[in-house]
Design a protein around this ligand. Structure first.
Ligand SMILES: Cc1cc2nc3c(=O)[nH]c(=O)nc-3n(C[C@H](O)[C@H](O)[C@H](O)COP(=O)(O)OP(=O)(O)OC[C@H]3O[C@@H](n4cnc5c(N)ncnc54)[C@H](O)[C@@H]3O)c2cc1C
Length: 415
C-alpha cells in the first residue's frame, strides 16, 4: 500500500493552499469545526457566498461530477485533497461540500435526467445553498417514524407537518425533504423524498439557538405546501434506500471534522510554545507535551481512516462501516481537543470576545481573550458533534451490526 500522493496531487494541494492564502481574510480564524454553523451570522454568510462563487470559478464545486452537468470529471482523490485543505482552514463555503455535495451525489445516483439538468449546474456555479430535511420532533434516531405528510393530489404533493434541527435552512434554497407518502404501509416503506424549494408559499422557517449561542439550525413548518410531483427523488415510497445512501454520505463528513480540529490542535501547540508560565514556556511541561502528542497521534489515526474510506469509495467497496467509524471518531475527537484546550489554557480558555464577535475584537477589552476565544466556543459547540448526522450511540449500533452483533442492544430484563 502506498500512502504517498502523486506529484500531480501534491501540486493540486499547493494550488488549493495558495488560493486559500490569497482569498481568505488574513485574520480568518476558521469558523467552527462543525460546518453547520458557518452561516449563523450575516457577514459570514456573505463571505461564504463569495467564497463559494470563487470555488465555482476554479471548477472546484462538483469537481468529480460529469462534464455534461458542469462538473470536471476529476478523480475522487482530488476532491479529498480539496476538502481536507478547505476544512483545515475552516474556509467559509465548505458547507458546499457537505450539503451541496451530498445532494448532488444523491441526484446523480437517484435523480431523473430533468432533475440533474436543472439542479446540478446551478450547484456547480455556486448559486445556491442546500439543507437537508430528515429529523422531526419524534423522528431523530428513529427516522423511520417521520410523520411529515405528502399527499399526491393531481400534479402536486401537498405537504403538512414539521421538521426540526434543519442546519442552515434559513440560508438555503433547496433541500431533499423526507416525507410520509403512505401512512398505511409498514413505516420504512411509506417514505419518499421530495426536492423542496424553501421559497414555496406555506413554508415557515424559524431559527433555533444552539448552546454555543449561534442560530444555525431551524424548525421548518409546512402548511399545505404544493410541491410539483416531478420533484420526487427516487421511487414513490422507496425513500428508505435513498435515505441510507444520504446518511452514509453525511456520516463520512467526520473526516472534515478531523481536518478542521487538527488546525485547532496546531493552534494550541503554538499557544503552548508562546505562553510562559512561572518563567517556563508551557511547551516545556511534560504533562502538556504528552497530552498534545497523544492527541496528534489519535488525529493521525482518524485521518488515515479517511484515506481508507476514499479508497473504498474509489474501488466500489462498501463505505458504510468505515463512514460510521469516522463519524464516531470525528465527533469524539473534536470534543477531546476542545477539552484539552480548556485544561491547558485554564481560565483563559473560558473567555470569548467581549462583544461576542471575533471579527470585532477590541485589543483593549479583549486583551485576556486568547486564540480569538475559540476554545470556549469549541467547548460549547463540539457537544453537538456526537449528535448531528445521527448520534454516536446509533452509529456504534451500526458498527456493532457490522461486526455480526445484533444491531440493537437487548433491553435489560425488568426486575
Ligand atoms: C448541530 C445539529 C445539526 C443537525 N442538523 C440536521 C439537519 O441538517 N437535518 C436533519 O434532518 N437533522 C439534523 N440534526 C438532527 C440530528 O440528526 C438528530 O438530533 C439526531 O439524529 C438525534 O435525534 P434526536 O435529537 O431526536 O435524539 P433521540 O433520537 O431522541 O435520542 C436521544 C438519546 O437516545 C439515544 N438513542 C436513541 N435511540 C437509540 C438506540 N437505538 N440505541 C442507543 N441509543 C439510542 C441517542 O443516542 C441519544 O443519546 C442535527 C442535529 C444537531 C445537533
Amino acid at each position: 500500500m502506498d500512502f504517498r500522493f502523486t506529484d500531480e496531487e501534491e501540486a493540486f494541494r499547493k494550488e488549493v493552499r495558495a488560493f486559500l492564502e490569497k482569498e481568505l481574510p488574513s485574520d480568518w480564524p476558521g469558523v467552527d469545526p462543525d460546518m453547520y454553523h458557518e452561516d449563523a451570522f450575516d457577514h459570514i454568510h456573505e463571505v461564504s457566498m463569495e467564497t463559494q462563487k470563487k470555488f465555482a470559478a476554479k471548477g472546484w464545486l462538483g469537481l468529480t461530477w460529469p462534464k455534461k452537468y458542469g462538473g470536471q470529471e476529476q478523480p475522487l482523490w482530488k476532491q479529498m485533497i480539496l476538502e481536507q485543505e478547505v476544512t483545515y482552514r475552516g474556509a467559509p463555503g465548505v458547507d458546499a461540500y457537505q450539503f451541496i455535495g451530498g445532494l448532488g451525489d444523491l441526484l446523480l445516483q437517484f435523480g431523473t435526467e430533468e432533475q440533474k439538468e436543472k439542479y446540478l449546474p446551478m450547484m456547480v456555479r455556486g448559486e445556491i445553498k442546500c439543507a437537508t430535511g430528515m429529523s422531526e420532533p419524534n423522528a431523530g434516531s428513529d427516522l423511520a417514524n417521520l410523520q411529515l405528510r405528502a399527499d399526491l393530489q393531481g400534479d402536486y404533493f401537498i405537504l403538512n407537518g414539521q421538521k426540526t434541527w434543519q442546519s442552515a435552512a434559513h440560508r438555503a434554497q433547496l433541500a431533499p425533504v423526507y416525507v410520509r407518502t403512505d401512512p398505511e404501509a409498514y413505516k420504512h416503506r411509506g417514505i419518499s423524498i421530495v426536492l423542496v424549494d424553501y421559497r414555496t408559499p406555506g413554508i415557515t422557517i424559524s431559527p433555533l439557538v444552539m448552546m454555543s449561542g449561534l442560530e444555525a439550525f431551524c424548525e421548518v413548518f409546512y402548511d399545505n405546501v404544493k410541491i410539483p410531483k416531478e420533484n420526487l427523488l427516487g421511487e414513490l415510497n422507496g425513500g428508505w434506500k435513498v435515505m441510507m445512501a444520504a446518511l452514509s454520505h453525511e456520516r463520512s463528513y467526520g473526516i472534515m471534522l478531523i481536518m478542521n480540529i487538527r488546525r485547532d490542535l496546531d493552534n494550541l501547540v503554538k499557544y503552548c510554545r508562546e505562553t510562559v508560565v512561572n518563567g517556563e514556556p508551557l511547551s516545556n511541561d511534560t504533562k502538556v507535551r504528552n497530552k498534545l502528542a497523544d492527541m496528534a497521534s489519535q488525529l493521525e489515526v482518524a485521518r488515515n481512516m479517511g484515506f481508507k474510506m476514499n479508497y473504498l469509495a474509489l474501488t466500489g467497496g462498501d463505505v458504510t462501516q468505515t463512514a460510521n467509524q469516522i463519524k464516531v471518531l470525528g465527533g469524539v475527537m473534536t470534543q477531546r481537543v476542545a477539552a484539552l484546550g480548556m485544561q491547558i489554557m485554564g481560565l483563559y480558555g473560558q473567555l470569548g470576545p467581549v462583544g461576542g464577535n471575533w471579527r470585532q475584537m477590541d485589543p483593549n477589552k479583549d486583551k485576556w481573550t486568547k486564540l480569538g476565544g475559540r476554545t470556549k466556543h469549541l467547548y460549547l459547540s463540539t457537544v453537538c458533534n456526537t449528535i448531528a448526522a445521527g448520534t454516536t450511540e446509533v452509529a456504534r449500533n451500526a458498527i456493532a451490526g457490522g461486526l455480526g452483533l445484533p444491531r440493537e442492544p437487548k433491553p435489560a430484563p425488568k426486575k
